[in-house]
Design a protein around this ligand. Structure first.
Ligand code: AKG
Length: 383
């Protein structure tokens, strides 16, 4: 089982290595956890129309004490935890709450966002969209539960290392995921640590991708990697954002900026696969970071800078993407301590080119990372 570099492992001196073989998943834990091999699950038969490098498994894993606190309740109060599963997920992704609906209306500010219009800039700025306790809970949940990637790609002959962690879920308008069959229904797994607690794995969608029109399987060569359906924790959030912005989104892109060295350089999301004048809602969770906007061509128009706090949401609409760049600049100065931050963007993508683009730049083909015990851990997969 080859183990590549593991920055989290080095940083915290703990060994947690995931090795995946064709048939089985061995998950080993040492100092941080139960000091035993925690789970061994048969790999579910690959049903995707095209091969996927990530594993097709359900891995049962006790919630850490941190995880329990993060969810704002303890396992003692929560006998059942539910997880979103799909063959394209490397591990089950915890739902926000077994009964759903943690994102209740009192946690979401209902006041309308502030409209900022300046020539061809058209923003809706919610300060805040989600109240601080819920925003912090969401931050911790997403950080611990999502698979993360540090994508490397080649552009204009140069190797680019994305200076942040990313992950993405969704499918463009031309396709849909088939509904899960009865056979793929919820699967309950007893918790070794606390027998009375049950974790239930519920598929978020069926394994196949179908044409939105014909409902027939999409040909294998359309998607470079099988698209990943949006897990329930992000679906809940998406519904709230859709309601507040009166828009529909089919993609959720998530960025994690671990510190001030992490950034996103000036760019605009004006790709043809988003259609004309796309609406992109961008939610901030965790540490405050500056969001800088600069006009693409007009030197006489001042830049805009927003110090985005946990729970704030900026919605970029109309001609904004066509005319303005946006960025999260690095903050590496001695006086510029920056707390880790998650950004969640909601977009509507109209064709498979967009699905392939998002998967290429936000998942890539490198290793999966998971945030465990305060550090991002690289998880090695062996085919
Ligand atoms: O982190 C942010 O606020 C901006 C993210 C962004 O620009 C993007 O994902 O395209």
């Amino acid at each position: 089982m080859p183990v590549h570099s593991c920055r989290g492992l080095l940083a915290c001196g703990r060994a947690k290595v995931f090795g995946f073989s064709n048939k089985h998943v061995f998950m080993m834990a040492s100092a941080w956890g139960t000091n035993q091999i925690m789970a061994l699950y048969s790999r579910k038969k690959q049903k995707m129309s095209s091969p996927e490098r990530t594993v097709q498994v359900s891995v049962s894993q006790p919630l850490s004490a941190v995880g329990k606190q993060n969810l704002g309740h303890t396992l003692a109060e929560t006998p059942v935890r539910t997880y979103s599963t799909h063959p394209t997920y490397p591990f089950p992704i915890a739902d926000l709450h077994p009964s759903g609906g943690l994102l209740h209306s009192e946690s979401i500010l209902t006041s309308a966002g502030k409209v900022i219009k300046k020539g061809d800039l058209d923003l809706l700025y919610f300060q805040a969209f989600i109240k601080a306790p819920m925003a912090n809970m969401l931050y911790k949940h997403l950080l611990h539960e999502l698979p993360w990637y540090k994508v490397m790609y080649i552009a204009r002959g140069m190797t680019i290392n994305t200076p942040r962690y990313t992950t993405v879920f969704g499918i463009d308008e031309t396709a849909v995921f088939e509904a899960p069959s009865d056979e793929e229904g919820g699967e309950s797994v007893g918790d070794d640590e606390e027998k009375k607690h049950i974790r239930t794995h519920i598929p978020v969608a069926g394994p196949r991708v179908l044409s939105a029109i014909s409902k027939q399987p999409v040909p294998e060569n359309v998607y470079h990697k099988p698209p990943r359906p949006i897990p329930r924790c992000l679906q809940e959030l998406k519904r709230c954002v859709e309601q507040a912005t009166d828009e529909y989104y089919n993609f959720v892109l998530v960025n994690f900026y671990a510190d001030g060295t992490h950034s996103i350089s000036p760019h605009s999301d004006d790709e043809s696969f988003l259609g004309t004048n796309p609406c992109i809602a961008s939610l901030s969770l965790g540490g405050t970071r500056d969001f800088v906007m600069k006009h693409k061509t007009r030197k006489d128009v001042n830049s805009e800078k927003f110090a985005l706090r946990s729970g704030d949401m900026v919605v970029m609409r109309g001609t904004t993407q066509a005319n303005w760049f946006h960025s999260i600049p690095k903050r590496t100065g001695k006086t510029q301590a920056t707390a880790p931050r998650i950004n969640v963007t909601f977009r509507k993508c109209i064709n498979a080119k967009g699905s392939n683009n998002y998967s290429h730049y936000n998942v890539g083909s490198g290793p999966i990372h998971r945030f465990v015990n305060g550090a991002m851990m690289e998880q090695t997969i062996t085919e």
